[in-house]
Each structure stands twice: as structure tokens, then as C-alpha cells.
Ligand binder design. Structure first.
Ligand code: C5P
Length: 223
């Protein structure tokens, strides 16, 4: 049976990718499927939490007994996360947030004009995880994800440690996204790094299994 260790807790999970519009019909996006975030939301609800799932565009069915908030852009995700994080016991940023957005949104479909492509100017999106850490309420546990490439055994862990320090979250799930890695895949694997120096290997398995290991680590940190 699943543990009921999240009863009475309110948790927030972000999932999926963001879409950054260029014009009314085009956007910059990424390959995130949303599966890991949806699995996190589902498992938390099964363990008794009240769950808010903030999700980018995906075809996945909303998990049962989860409050679903839909977003499109990184800026919408930011607003939704700050709102949902108020009074939450735990926040997990599993979304693949676009680092950049087109700096101007054309009001009409951008036309082909001779052979010159139109210029594409980008603006930097805020780092939502860093902002959530800065706004963290007492006792709130915050989890980030890091998709890293590089040498699977050592390099990606070093990147992960550095990223954990930079983001300031309590936990960071580092996964390797080389060939056969996490994106669009049913399975996942990685290392769960703790700001306390802890490191837990999460062996290859379903995204639900990885979600369970993350909630285990969160539950032990909730006071
Ligand atoms: O810096 P990087 O994109 O590798 O960090 C990944 C983590 O930071 C994920 O938890 C992701 O949801 C979060 N993130 C964010 N805002 C951004 C970029 C990433 O919250 N603009």
C-alpha cells in the first residue's frame, strides 16, 4: 500500500514545457511531455496531499483529485506558481521552462519577405525556481530538476551540485538527457541531491517510481 504521509499537506507541481509566442500562430517550445510532473502530482494525491498541478500544453489526462491550472508561457507559469506557492508545504518545479522568449510578439502572422529571414530577438525569462526559493515560506520544501548532458558518471553530478547551489532549492533531481534520456520517455532515472549533502541514486524505472522517491525525500524534510 502507498504511504499516506502527505495527508494534510498542500503541494504544488509544475509540469510540461512552456510556449513562447512569436506571432498568433507560431511559438518557441521544447520537447517536454509533462509526464514526470503529472506522475508527481498523481503520486502526491495518492499519498493524501492536496495537489495543485500547473501545467503547460500536453495531451495527458488530468490526474484524479488534482487541481489543474493551465499555463502557456513562462511568464504565465511564474504568476501561477507564485500564487499557488502561497501557504504550500512543498513546491516541485518539474516544468521545462523556456529560458528565452521572443522580445516582441507580432500582432499578425510574420510574412515571408524576399530571401532574408526576419530577425529573431529574444528576451531572458525569469528563473522561476530561484524566485520561489527567494520567496520561500518557513518550512516550505522546494525541489528542482536538472536535465544535464555530459559524461554520465561524474561530470553531470558536478553540474548538478553547482546547479543546486545556484538555485538554492532543498533538493535537485539530476537526470542525464543524452540519448535515451528523460525527455518524452515513459521512464526516468537520476540522482536526487540534497542541499544537506545527501545523494540518493534513483535507478531506472517508471516516472511514478521516481516521483515516489522524490516525495519520500520531501516527506522526511517536512516538519
Ligand atoms: O537552469 P535549468 O533550466 O537547468 O534549471 C532547471 C530547473 O529550474 C527546473 O526545476 C526548472 O523547472 C527550473 N527553471 C525555472 N525557470 C527557468 C528555467 C528553469 O524555474 N527560467
Amino acid at each position: 500500500a502507498l504511504p499516506r504521509d502527505l495527508v494534510g499537506r498542500r503541494v504544488v507541481v509544475s509540469a510540461g514545457g512552456t510556449r513562447e509566442p512569436l506571432d498568433p500562430v507560431r511559438f518557441l517550445g521544447n520537447r517536454s511531455s509533462g509526464k514526470q510532473g503529472y506522475a508527481l502530482a498523481k503520486v502526491a494525491a495518492q499519498r493524501g496531499a492536496h495537489v495543485t498541478l500547473v501545467a503547460g500544453p500536453t495531451d495527458l489526462a488530468a490526474p484524479a483529485a488534482v487541481e489543474l491550472v493551465r499555463i502557456g508561457t513562462a511568464l504565465e507559469l511564474r504568476e501561477a506558481m507564485h500564487e499557488a506557492a502561497k501557504g504550500a508545504d512543498a513546491v516541485v518545479m518539474a516544468a521545462a521552462v523556456a529560458d528565452f522568449r521572443p522580445s516582441d510578439l507580432a500582432g499578425h502572422k510574420i510574412k515571408k519577405d524576399g530571401s532574408e529571414p526576419p530577425p529573431l530577438r529574444l528576451a531572458v525569462n525569469p528563473d522561476i525556481l530561484v524566485e520561489l526559493v527567494a520567496a520561500r515560506e518557513p518550512g516550505q520544501v522546494i525541489v528542482g530538476f536538472a536535465a544535464e548532458t555530459g559524461d554520465e558518471t561524474t561530470e553531470f553530478l558536478e553540474y548538478g551540485r553547482r546547479k543546486l547551489a545556484r538555485k538554492g532549492s532543498d533538493l535537485l533531481l539530476v537526470n542525464w538527457v543524452g540519448e535515451g534520456g528523460a525527455f518524452e520517455n515513459a521512464d526516468n532515472q537520476g540522482r536526487l541531491l540534497g542541499a544537506d549533502g545527501s545523494e540518493t541514486e534513483v535507478p531506472h524505472g517508471s516516472k511514478a517510481l521516481l516521483a515516489a522517491r522524490i516525495w519520500d525525500a520531501v516527506a522526511t524534510r517536512l516538519t
